[in-house]
Ligand binder design. Structure first.
Ligand SMILES: [Zn+2]
Ligand SMILES: [Zn+2]
Length: 322
């Protein structure tokens, strides 16, 4: 259990943090900025009636749980970053592919940036503290150059264990990452196209239906999962209650917890980062942990880290701290 220092060391709510010293706000990271912009624009096409279908809406919503929940929240975060559980390698890599389809960069990069966040939470060197501005913490931090986050430098310090796995090394060094991304687009388009043809529609209708599923099932879903993941960095460091006196301003935010299937219990998470269970009180519902318990029950997860029982016991009966 890592309960970080005393309340006295918590940055006050009114503080306006400086951006990390290594940030050059005039140097745009164009690869990220263009990707984020183009995906938002394509996602907007979803409002056009040609591309609308309830199947597409259903795929976007289910995709939030499958790609965001299992790929990012379970795999990139609880499994790879914090090693809160162990899975068979084939299953871990399967979940990691779902994470890659969420377009949040490679597993090694995601892990390295997030470990740095835990090391410097809500201090100047935190890559994305919202105390330096809500939009900075939400998305701005990744759109401008930060020399602290130069790939090889943070890999050396924070992601050596990840890169010992040849699969994650291939995602860095070969075209495997873009191939997985484009293949996922093809699955949505061709799936819709074929289903439409097989139900007796013409090629034009089938192409439109396939394109609609691509827009909803990939682009809308990715944009939604982006904002959901980013809201953990922004909303859950600003608003909500605290169970633990951690040395930063992490919060338990029920709205974020619903969107993320449990990641919004972020103050609990900062108090005990290794734990695979983020909901510590009985009513702090954590669907991801429920899924982990299911995996464990059928022998597909083991060494599952749980929060310190004594710390939870101390919580019981106490009112959450404002
Ligand atoms: Zn945090
Ligand atoms: Zn974490």
């Amino acid at each position: 259990m890592t309960i970080l220092p005393s309340a006295a060391s918590i940055p006050p709510a009114t503080i306006r943090l400086r951006l990390p010293a290594a940030v050059d706000r005039h140097r745009i990271v164009w690869s990220y900025a263009v990707t984020v912009g183009v995906y938002h624009l394509i996602a907007l096409l979803a409002v056009l009636p040609w591309f609308f279908s309830w199947t597409g809406v259903g795929l976007a919503i289910a995709g939030i749980y499958v790609f965001g929940g299992l790929g990012i929240n379970l795999c990139f975060h609880r499994l790879l970053t914090h090693r809160g559980l162990v899975c068979p390698k084939w299953l871990e890599h399967g979940f990691a592919i779902l994470g890659v389809c969420s377009m949040q960069d490679t597993p090694a990069r995601w892990v390295a940036v997030h470990r740095r966040h835990h090391e410097h939470s809500d201090r100047q060197d935190d890559p994305h503290s919202p105390l330096a501005g809500f939009l900075w913490g939400h998305v701005g931090w990744m759109l401008v150059e930060n020399r602290d986050l130069v790939r090889l430098g943070i890999y050396e310090r924070y992601a050596k264990d990840i890169l010992r796995d040849p699969f994650y090394r291939r995602l860095e060094r070969t075209l495997l990452y873009p191939i997985i991304v484009v293949a996922s687009w093809a699955v949505f388009f061709l799936g819709g196209f074929a289903a439409s043809l097989l139900t007796g529609h013409g090629v034009e209708t089938a192409a439109r239906f396939g394109t609609g599923l691509l827009i909803w099932g990939v682009f809308v879903r990715i944009v939604l999962v982006w904002h959901i993941t980013w809201s953990v960095n922004s909303l859950a460091h600003l608003w909500g209650y605290r169970n633990y006196e951690t040395g930063e301003r992490s919060r338990n935010n029920w709205f974020v917890a619903i969107l993320t299937s449990g990641e919004g219990w972020h103050n609990n998470h900062h108090a005990d980062a290794r734990s695979a269970r983020h909901g510590h009180r009985w009513w702090e519902i954590d669907l991801i942990f429920g899924f982990v318990c299911g995996l464990q029950a059928v022998g597909l997860a083991w060494d599952v880290c749980k929060p310190d029982r004594r710390a939870i016991a101390r919580l019981v009966g106490k009112r959450p701290k404002p």
